[in-house]
Design a protein around this ligand. Sequence first.
Ligand code: ATP
Ligand code: MG
Length: 201
Amino acid sequence: MKIGIMGGTFDPIHLGHLATAEAVRESFSLDEILFIPAARPPHKLGRLVTDEHHRLQMTILATRSNKFFRVSDMELRRTGLSYTLDTMNELHETFGRATELFFIIGADSLADLKKWHAARELVAKCHFIATTRQGVDVDFAAVEKFFGAAANEHIHRVTTPGLEISSTDIREKILRGRSIKYLVPEAVEEYILREKLYCGS
Ligand code: ATP
Ligand code: MG
């Protein structure tokens, strides 16, 4: 089994996340993609993140039409900070050691990978797929220098269709009363309106 992991705050999940996951699934022949909403992302401690129940619900709604997409609440159930190392270990326990894990990250995060908790151990034991958009440059030489031979085998790069969408932009649009149609799946748009998320009230 080869499983792709798409982690994120998903506040809210949008078509950029979904299109990227689907493109990666096909190009790496992954058996499924597991979407894992993060509890308290260490790098976003400064910002108030929407209630996890809502973020989980939107992720479920967004992924239900794709039979290769699944959602896990494992990081939400964990207390304290979420570390990818804990997630990897838990997934290896669930799926067995023979299952290969592919963590999907934005190419911009690739430069920071060396600063992640237990970075070298992670790269030795699972795969990372850095998704980059046309015209975006990543200093892969620096990554190779830090991770050595493991980088060649376990860190992959792929160019995915560049959807210029971000959750930040979606939240701002809602706050200003603008449309978010065609940026998120319809079911997510309906959920956001029904639950009055991001509207500042
Ligand atoms: P925010 O604006 O709040 O930072 P975001 O849109 O970046 O949100 P995250 O939940 O932070 O979404 O991202 C989860 C993962 O998805 C990260 O690895 C990020 O690099 C990637 N990602 C985010 N937006 C896109 C996009 N438009 N296309 C491809 N990948 C994306
Ligand atoms: Mg982001």
